[in-house]
Write a protein that binds this ligand. Structure first.
Ligand code: NCD
Length: 306
């Protein structure tokens, strides 16, 4: 693997290798000193042009747990405000000795472009509504750790699928790992075409909710136009919110997931958000180990051991 730009085209073996490695890094993170020297002397830059809490911080945590140095690029206080381009920004970071870049940008394909410009590995930390591969990896790991495997699981991804890079990456990973996926949203928030994705679609959460093993909720991506996909927030909550009544109708062993940031009271009720069957903080925890696995595979020398 030279870069990690998307889940599209990744094999089941490849996903499983990264999850196996993440399991080993979970053990490292549970030690008294949760750190290994593997990437001493390497520098990882997080180049985020969009807001982030989880993704950026967990990449930085993962890099430090592998003993790499971290450069944090912040567009608001950078020369981007003076008109500097994405290309000149990443070439500048590379010239300072960056060994790997994690890139988040509002434009689809931004990380792919960066990968053409720099001679170091690039990880896509989210490009527009296109892909967010490490989110799919940490979510697959969370499901595998909870259920043992994804084969045969019925996963409902609910909400603003059309504008969600998380949905695109997750559905690909879940299908590749043997789950069946149903996308649940009003037609205005479904992609224009799902041909070739191997998923079902539904527009009534109440019809399918009792069949699901996993309810994966999404935030309405207002910054990408998601807010115009339904008439009002109360209407969205009424039809697609996981409120306490709907939660009570889930299979007793079903779990709830959300990539964050969540809007309590919109896609998820405050009580459901805090329920023990809601795996949101497990997802965050698994994010660090999953990103360690990705950084290790992209930066460790052949033959390096953990
Ligand atoms: C998501 C993102 O930015 O793509 N968050 C994340 O990385 N965990 C989802 C979102 O913003 O709704």
């Amino acid at each position: 693997m030279r870069h990690l730009l998307g889940i599209e085209g990744m094999s089941r073996d490849h996903l499983e290798d990264l999850m196996d490695l993440a399991d080993r890094f979970t053990e490292v993170l549970a030690r008294d000193i949760p750190k290994v020297p593997t990437l001493v002397g390497k520098t990882v830059a997080t180049v985020f042009f969009e807001p982030s809490t989880r993704t950026r911080l967990s990449f930085e945590r993962a890099a430090r747990a592998l003993s790499a140095d971290v450069l944090t690029f912040n567009p608001g206080t950078s020369s981007v405000t003076k008109g500097e381009s994405l290309k000149d920004t990443v070439l500048t970071l590379r010239a300072m000795g960056t060994d790997l870049m994690v890139v988040r940008h509002e434009a689809t394909g931004a990380a792919h472009r960066v990968a053409e410009w720099v001679d170091v590995p690039v990880v896509n930390g989210g490009d527009g509504a296109h892909e967010h591969p490490t989110q799919a990896l940490l979510d697959s790991l969370t499901l595998r750790r909870h259920f043992g495997k994804l084969d045969g699981l019925k996963v409902g991804i609910v909400g603003d699928i059309r504008h969600s890079r998380v949905a695109r990456s997750c559905l690909r990973a879940f299908v590749t790992l043997g789950a069946s996926v149903v996308l649940i949203a009003p037609p205005t928030l479904l992609p224009l075409s799902t041909e070739g994705w191997g998923v079902d679609t539904a527009d009534d959460l109440d019809v399918v909710i009792g069949d699901l093993d996993v309810v994966y909720l999404l935030r309405v991506q207002a910054e990408r136009g998601g807010g115009s996909g339904f008439t009002s927030i109360p209407e969205y909550v009424r039809r697609f919110g996981l409120d306490d009544d709907r939660f009570a109708r889930l299979h007793p062993e079903a779990v709830v997931m959300h990539p964050g940031p969540m809007n309590r009271g919109v896609e998820i009720s405050p009580t459901v958000a805090d329920d023990s069957r809601t795996l949101i903080l497990d997802q965050v925890r698994n994010g660090v180990a999953s990103r360690m696995a990705v950084l290790f595979r992209l930066l460790a020398a052949p033959g390096d051991t953990l």
